[in-house]
Design a binder for this molecule. Sequence first.
Ligand SMILES: Nc1nc2c(ncn2[C@@H]2O[C@H](COP(=O)(O)OP(=O)(O)O)[C@@H](O)[C@H]2O)c(=O)[nH]1
Ligand SMILES: [Mg+2]
Length: 255
Amino acid sequence: MYGHTTIDKAEKYSIFLTGPCSFTKEGEENKCCGTSDSLCHRDFDFQYPRETKDFESIFFPDDFFTHCFRALCCKGPPPARPEYDLVCIGLTGSGKTSLLSKLCSESPDSVVSTTGFSIKAVPFQNAILNVKELGGADNIRKYWSRYYQGSQGVIFVLDSASSEDDLEIARNELHSALQHPQLCTLPFLILANHQDKPAARSVQEVKKYFELEPLARGKRWILQPCSLDDMEALKDSFSQLISLLEEKDHEAVRM
Ligand SMILES: Nc1nc2c(ncn2[C@@H]2O[C@H](COP(=O)(O)OP(=O)(O)O)[C@@H](O)[C@H]2O)c(=O)[nH]1
Ligand SMILES: [Mg+2]
């Protein structure tokens, strides 16, 4: 079912709906989603036009089943998850868009090359990460720093199987990011991607080549080997990143 209506008469109802729907409530939108197999239950101060007779037929406020469902189903929206704004950088082809799309359960066919930047809300059980991916082409990298402001964490993706030249460019970019005044105190997640390829450097090789130990000393950072086929490793590293973001949040509250 799909419905969208305007405000006229106010009444309080407990309603059950199938399918996606949206209702206007006192100027804001209440969204309620479900499939035809699932029932979705919300309490609304619902307001509807008098002439819309059809709506009355789907409300059964005194119905026995309504009361059963109210007892069984959770009422209202789930508790809000904290949201963090992250910036995701790395050379073109390192796999930024593919990894983020996979985390959002999007089809790999939807991945297109990022020319400017794109923003994705990546949902996790305990947080939502609003990730701003910056295009990694030569002519765009020099503008990266203009988009750092407001970031609470950084994701750096590298292709572990790339040429020596590209690896060196990636190392220089990572060093600049780690030392940038707007990023240097933030948690970093470094994804050594393309681990499925035979030419991939191991995590130890990447750590040494990128001189991460001395460079990132005293910072919160995670180095995770990964590939598009290894979602478990990827999800695990994002859980660790969320813990670092929460830690930083708590520290800021204590100060
Ligand atoms: N074999 C392999 N290919 C990957 C991996 N990650 C990304 N790719 C491929 O690399 C290409 C570039 O990926 P994309 O996500 O557009 O990179 P971006 O420019 O960093 O956003 C695509 O064809 C992806 O399918 C990986 O871990 N392994
Ligand atoms: Mg991209």
